[in-house]
Design a protein around this ligand. Structure first.
Ligand code: S3P
Length: 741
């Protein structure tokens, strides 16, 4: 709850069904101090509401109660709403605001305008996206709106202050309030709610009318049950919705029919490729909605706050393989999609970041099978075969996805918008937008060069000669991808060596990238040819275990099949300099990338000055290296690492804050940190939703004097979905608690 609707002398709810009664129950439970009033044409419902102490006074007629309320909520069926508004209008006083809860909005606005000549400033059209199969006043549920969306659709005439007051009312019930235009609301709901109900009604009706219906229902399996559950909904209410939202429902039906017709043709002609493209896109979109889009969709979803409790102490023993490399997983999907032919990927990271990339290509028309146990098959469409996605591409938490996509989308014929979660929306994108503009691309950013980004299609790109102001593999990769679509050569100079997976993989796909000193050079106009990709285990994920074993007395751990690309092994070099006992076993090359098994045993560590040339080579591993430093004798100094401040969180600040909680002596600088090793305790640290901060503090518990509680760990799933089972398997005790965010 976020408190009561302050300053409102009373709330009158007209219509004591589930929706209206639940609103009253939520206000009552939240301690609202004004009058709660209820009206329903059914006197028994009014009496029950009084008995349940949902309302202080009730009536079958609203007029008498009106003066006692400053907020009036019309929770009646959509068909009777306009009439009710017109009837109440003359009695609405200057300080009163009215809202409704109907699931279609254009029809209401039209009917009210017809009756009153204009939309009154005091009417705020609204729609809580919540419900239940139960109905009536006795179904009142004070928690019905908690973490559910309420959409308000103010029009030009609606008073701003009226909108604010209705927002406050719903927030007091725990709801999240968003404003949409009337048209957008009706279009969205037509597709997410009205169309699926219509299809369910129609399917059940069609089957029920056939002669063999008894058999059909007898043999109906789970699919039928799942698809048709909503056909049991209230027919009158749904008729009213279809009458009211006619145009938007017809548009949604047209789109649906086009899709069905395409599948019909594919079935008729035995076109398995089209079937697979459509079915796998849909199947994965469904999973994607469950994982990535939960927080964005208009469905009622709980946001989860995952807290780790890392028990202090523990041992480290065993042989494990951590998940596939995130950087390579992104690139494998990107290049596979743009290649000619079929690319088979093994070892793909099934984390949320790389899945966001995979889903984005599905939305651009690429058929992708899997992932299934790290195996993905991509049916490439060629450099010019992508199709415009139906809406913005949502890239979750992934900076890599957004920056690399910006480059490759700059070369397309269509316009695309890229969005992401709250963390990604704070991250700087000018670093790619500016050089791309020099190439002739049109990239629009939000204020301060932040996402969302809109990349205009159809621009002719020219190669450039670019000196990167920061050592960033993402910027380099973005420009190399754009360079494939540019005329002439694109040269990117890096101030320090950064990871070179893009160059290696492009070369592996038959698209040469030259290296001259600190420059990577690509010529436009080439093509990519599909081939197999074996993604090694991610050294950035392995790093947590390298440090875990290095700081734990008696530890002996082997990490299998880890990628040891020279542009990524800063963590190994730094740990070795600190005195860690690391052995690279069975070094081999797999698909153009060096790989080894790494054995780590405990040894005492000493503080060092981290060499600046190692910083870009260990950029993602620095948070866990701070934990190594906290366990080393003496001071470890890091400088020239300001890039850490613009990662998924400000990692310098997040680590310094957490280390301070544990009692580790550290001094923060603008571009680095000094950490003095020694004994430390436990406590409550905030990961700020950053996966690498959460995992680093988990590892810290191995040598802490008390348990460490780490808040906001859900994003560990972006890079390391099985982190907890693995740490528990090798000798730590870490549990997960799920609570309300
Ligand atoms: C990455 C490059 C690095 C790294 C990120 C992945 C990549 O970012 O931190 O996790 O895959 O290219 P910068 O290019 O911003 O340094």
């Amino acid at each position: 709850m976020t408190g009561e609707p302050a300053g409102e002398r009373g709330v009158l709810v007209v219509g004591l069904g589930l929706i209206g009664a639940s609103l009253l129950a939520a206000l009552r439970e939240g301690g609202y101090r004004g009058r709660l009033l209820g009206c329903d044409q059914d006197s028994a419902s009014v009496a029950t509401a009084l008995d349940m102490q949902l309302i202080d006074a009730g009536s079958t007629e609203p007029q008498g109660l009106l003066p006692e309320a400053s907020l009036i909520v019309l929770a009646v069926p959509v068909m009777v709403l306009p009439e009710l508004v017109a009837r109440l209008a003359p009695a609405i006083a200057a300080d009163q605001v009215v809202t409704d809860v109907g699931s279609t909005k254009a029809a209401l606005c039209e009917a009210v305008t017809r009756r009153l000549g204009r939309m009154p400033a005091w009417l705020v059209p609204g729609h809580p996206i919540a419900g239940s199969e139960r109905s009536g006043v006795t179904a009142a549920n004070a928690g019905l709106y908690r973490r559910h969306r309420v959409i308000l659709t103010p029009v030009a005439q609606t008073a701003t202050d009226a909108v604010r007051r209705i927002e406050q009312l719903w927030r007091a019930c725990g709801a999240e309030v968003e404003c949409l235009t009337v048209e957008r609301h009706d279009a969205v709901l037509a597709r997410t709610s009205h169309l699926p109900h219509l299809l369910a009604f129609s399917l059940v009706d069609g089957l029920a009318r056939r002669d063999e219906r008894l058999d059909i229902f007898r043999y109906a399996a789970g699919g039928f049950r799942d698809f048709t559950r909503i056909a049991g909904s209230d027919p009158v209410m749904w008729r009213d919705i279809y009458l009211a939202n006619r145009e938007a429902v017809l548009a949604a039906l047209d789109e649906f029919e086009t899709g069905v017709a395409r599948l019909r043709r594919a079935v008729e002609s035995g076109d398995g490729d089209t079937m697979l493209a459509v079915l796998s896109r849909a199947s994965h979109a469904r999973h994607y909605f469950d994982t990535l889009l939960n927080q964005k969709s208009y469905q009622a979803m709980e946001q989860r706050n995952i807290r780790y409790q890392a028990v202090h102490g523990g041992s480290i023993q065993g042989r494990i393989r951590v998940p596939g490399d995130k950087s390579m997983s992104h690139r494998a999907i990107m290049l596979g999609a743009l290649a000619e032919g079929v690319t088979e990927v093994e070892g793909f990271l099934e984390g949320e970041d790389s899945l966001a990339t995979l889903q984005a290509f599905r939305e651009m028309g690429v058929a992708i099978e899997g992932p299934h146990q790290g195996r993905v098959i991509i049916h490439g469409v060629g450099l010019h075969g992508l199709q415009q996605p139906a809406g913005a591409l949502y890239l979750g938490n992934s900076g890599t996805a957004m920056r690399l996509f910006t480059g490759l989308l700059a070369g397309q014929s269509f316009t695309t918008t890229l969005t992401g979660d709250a963390s990604l929306t704070r991250r700087p994108m000018d670093r790619v937008a500016q050089p791309l503009r020099l190439m002739g691309a049109r990239v629009d950013t939000a204020e301060g060069g932040r996402p969302p980004l809109t990349i205009q299609g159809g621009q002719a790109l020219q190669g450039i000669d670019y000196d990167m102001p920061m050592a960033s593999a993402q910027v380099k990769s973005c420009l190399l991808l754009a360079g494939m679509y540019a005329e002439g050569s694109t040269r990117v100079r890096e101030p320090a060596t950064t990871r070179d997976h893009t160059e290696r993989m492009l070369t592996g796909f038959g698209y040469p990238v030259r290296r001259e000193g600190n420059q990577a050079i690509i010529e436009g106009g080439g093509r990519l040819t599909a081939g197999p990709i074996d993604v090694p285990a991610d050294i950035s994920s392995a790093a947590f275990f390298l440090v875990a074993a290095a700081i734990t007395p008696g530890a002996d751990l082997v990490l299998e099949h880890v990628g040891i690309n020279p542009t990524r092994i800063g963590v190994i070099n730094i740990l070795q300099q600190m005195g860690a006992e690391l052995e690279l076993l069975d070094q081999r090359e797999v698909g153009g990338e060096p790989v080894a098994d790494i054995r780590v045993r405990y040894s005492s560590l000493k503080g060092i000055d981290i060499p600046v040339d190692q910083v870009p080579l260990a950029i993602d591993e620095l948070p866990v290296l701070f934990i190594a430093a906290a366990n080393a004798e003496g001071v470890t100094r890091l400088r020239e690492a300001a890039e850490l401040r613009v990662k998924e969180s400000d990692r310098l600040q997040a680590m310094a804050d957490g280390l301070a909680v544990l009692g580790v002596d550290c001094t923060l600088y603008e571009d680095g940190i000094d950490i003095t090793g020694g004994a430390y305790g436990g406590g409550w640290v905030d990961s700020l939703g950053d996966h690498r901060i959460a995992m680093a503090f988990t590892v810290a518990a191995l040598r802490a004097g008390e348990d460490i509680l780490i808040e906001d760990c859900a994003n560990v799933a972006t890079s390391f979905p099985d982190f907890l089972p693995l740490v528990n398997r090798i000798g730590m005790t870490v549990t997960e608690q799920t609570g309300d965010a």
